[in-house]
Design a protein around this ligand. Structure first.
Ligand code: AMP
Length: 561
């Protein structure tokens, strides 16, 4: 298949972008059917049909109950955080609708698009990565691989700015800080590139900070001006609040290129006209910029690095267009910030380049580019401690281990005549397994009768560079290679995926619903604050947990450490 038929997709929380490689192997952003380079990741479920992008945003003003936004924040959970027309949809299905639009729009330019690489935040855990893979599958896209957003950005900047060759080789070793400020999230990653090895040294972020916070400061500024002049707070009216948000966002964008502007706003027949300078805007939002610097400082400390060691700073995400961001980073680092490519497009371009690398080298190990990563959560196994019989979690691959990673551990069976051994695989949590997220089971079944207790069980983990985990278990003393299976604890099962594939193919995102008589519903603001995101990346775990003997240990009882 020709390489330009693979696309790179930056599946964003607020906006998505996609790119392909041209005849010269250079990434080009694909404009969607509306002619825009970025597509809002919003889906309007218009009775079965899924309408994605700008039109979905418009529909949200009059049919908010039919529009899904920020679905990326719910990835890894079983369902989107609220019903759509009374029906609960998995986030995979909403993202599939977004991916399908991108794939279909790309196919108009490139004839046929079957394969692609999708990017995810560096801190996405295994169930979330799997969910994104599944969303790709539901969209009819063959997902060649999942790649971390900062890694994709580094590849894109590297190739386009010339410090990386088209084969992904870096000329000089680089230590790169990728600063990604999007619409609703902030991520910062420290990467090392040597030769063709891209290693994410550490990653951190603030899942509750993004461009929307800058908008809200302008909303507050305007609302106070309105209140002062007319004794009315426009924020108390949902529709007026929406209009105010739109004005604020527009003003913010304007101030990225102009040093002064006038914002006009009307509500209930009353109007205001307020001058806002870039300087004033910067002082209204100075603490927000400082929050990002605080996170970057923490990241550098965690990675035992410093601003002085950084060779390049790359800007990603639409919000880095605000001049205050580069200015502050330049002040902190004493170096100039690389702004050579569009921050909205860098991630998609990197994904397209990576898709090209994969296609040229096939999926074999001899890829031109070795993309390295770290795992963001401890991965372990639950069992019982031999000495005490109490439940424990044994870490197989500690967090921040460079991927790919392998580990091998010896356990023993717990009871006489055990017919099977279930290995409970968990992510995060503490030493007793508290707060750990079950991510799957590996079951060794068909064990011979009268198997003595304490028969050795060898468990092996292989965590691939793309974040996919394989678990194997064997009982060598039995001399039989036992069969093993991974069962996903989260996400869609194979049957559900097959069912959704067929529903989506028939355009049945929603089951039959009556189309009611239309009335304008202004009671719900579509831009209502995004749902709370999951736990912060790089969350530190408490020290050893003091566990209670009487805690239910049923699920731990197959294995002893
Ligand atoms: P992203 O999620 O990376 O697409 O970033 C979207 C965010 O970037 C939104 O909050 C936008 O308001 C913001 N943004 C886009 N363009 C600009 C600009 N020229 N100046 C300031 N913010 C911008």
């Amino acid at each position: 298949m020709a390489s330009q038929n693979a696309i790179g997709i930056d599946l964003g929380t607020t906006f998505s972008a996609f790119a392909y490689l041209d005849r010269n192997g250079m990434p080009q952003t694909i404009a969607n059917l509306e002619g825009d380079l970025v597509t809002p990741s919003a889906v309007f479920f218009d009775y079965g049909e899924a309408v994605v992008g700008r039109e979905a945003i418009k529909a949200a003003s009059y049919e908010p109950e039919a529009v899904a936004m920020f679905a990326k924040r719910d990835v890894g959970k079983p369902l989107y955080h609220r019903p759509i027309r009374g029906q609960h949809l998995p986030p995979e299905v909403i993202l599939a609708a977004v991916l399908r639009k991108l794939k279909d729009d790309a196919a108009i330019k490139l004839d046929q698009v079957e394969e692609g690489v999708i990017t995810v935040p560096a801190f996405f855990n295994e169930p979330k990565r799997k969910a994104v893979m599944d969303a790709g599958r539901l969209a009819g896209l063959k997902v060649l691989d999942i790649i971390n957003e900062p890694t994709a950005a580094a590849i894109a900047y590297g190739v386009q700015a010339g410090f990386v060759t088209k084969d992904g080789l870096v000329r000089e070793p680089e230590t790169i800080l990728v600063y990604d400020l999007g619409g609703g999230t902030f991520d910062v990653t420290l990467m090392k590139i040597e030769g063709s090895a891209y290693t994410a040294l550490a990653t951190d972020g603030d899942s509750q900070l993004g461009g929307i916070d800058w908008d809200q400061r302008i909303v507050q500024f305007l609302a106070e001006a309105f209140l002062e002049k007319h004794r009315i707070d426009p924020r108390e009216d949902a529709a007026a609040h929406q209009a105010l948000m739109r004005e604020a966002e527009e003003a913010k964008r304007g101030l990225s290129t102009r040093s002064n502007l006038t914002v006009r706003f009307a509500h209930q027949g009353r109007r205001i006209q307020v001058a806002l300078s870039r300087e004033e805007f910067e002082s209204l939002t100075a603490d927000l910029v400082q929050r990002t610097i605080f996170t970057a400082d923490k990241l550098l400390r965690d990675a035992r690095s410093s601003w002085a060691e950084i060779t390049r700073i790359l800007l990603v995400g639409g919000s880095t267009r605000m001049p205050m961001i580069a200015a502050e980073l330049e002040q902190q680092s004493g170096m100039s910030v690389d702004r050579s490519i569009s921050p909205d497009e860098a991630v998609a371009h990197g994904a397209a380049l990576y898709a090209g690398f994969l296609q040229r080298g096939g999926r074999a190990a001899d890829r031109n580019l070795a993309v390295k990563n770290v795992n963001s959560h401890d991965l372990g196994v639950l069992g019982l401690e031999k000495e005490t019989g109490m439940k424990r979690r044994r870490t197989m691959i500690p967090r921040n281990t460079t991927l790919p990673a392998r580990s091998r551990s010896r356990f023993v069976t717990h009871r006489v005549n055990q017919q099977r051994v279930v290995i409970h695989v968990v992510e995060g949590g503490d030493d007793s397994g508290k707060n750990a997220t079950p991510i799957g089971k590996c079951i060794v079944s068909d064990l011979p009768p009268r198997l003595p207790a304490k028969t050795p069980v060898i468990v092996q983990f292989f965590y691939a560079a793309n974040g996919r985990l394989s678990v194997k278990a064997a009982l060598p003393d039995v001399g039989v290679e036992a069969s093993t299976t991974i069962e996903k604890a989260y996400g869609l099962s194979e049957e559900e995926l097959v069912e959704w594939e067929s529903r989506i193919a028939q355009g049945k995102y929603l089951l039959e619903v009556e189309r009611p008589k239309r009335g304008v519903d202004e009671t719900e603001a579509w831009f209502a604050a995004p749902p709370a995101a999951d736990a912060e990346p790089n969350q530190d775990f408490d020290g050893p947990h003091v566990f209670q003997e009487n805690e239910d240990s049923e699920i731990f009882s197959d294995l002893e450490f």
